[in-house]
Design a protein around this ligand. Structure first.
Ligand code: FMN
Length: 85
């Protein structure tokens, strides 16, 4: 996760990513170590990721890396939004 040391050497906005969860992202921002957190894999499998984070809803299973960089929608745009049962 992003270290606070970057603040000493970089004066711009710090956008961190890679492996963040909602909780770890919030902690990094609260600690002042980052201004924004980018999400890659979670946004692929959760088209409503922002709403899920905002409401504390669970996430879909991670996208299958076997279909990444393909030319098909499978594994990219076929994940469901959150539904309460
Ligand atoms: C399928 C896939 C495609 C990606 N394509 C790009 C890309 O074109 N350019 C880029 O800078 N990063 C790309 N990334 C990297 C993501 O932006 C992000 O850095 C990475 O997924 C780590 O964040 P995460 O742990 O939230 O997934 C890609 C990641 C995935 C999984």
């Amino acid at each position: 996760m992003v270290s606070g040391e970057f603040r000493d050497v970089f004066m711009g906005a710090i956008i961190a990513n890679s492996g963040y969860t909602r909780e770890i992202a919030s902690a990094a921002i609260q600690a002042g170590n980052a201004d924004l957190i980018g999400f890659g894999r979670p946004i692929i499998s959760n088209p409503d990721l922002v709403e899920r984070f905002a409401n504390g809803w669970s996430l879909n299973p991670a996208a299958d890396p076997g279909v990444w960089f393909s030319f098909d929608k499978k594994g990219y745009t076929d994940f469901p939004t959150y539904r309460k049962f």
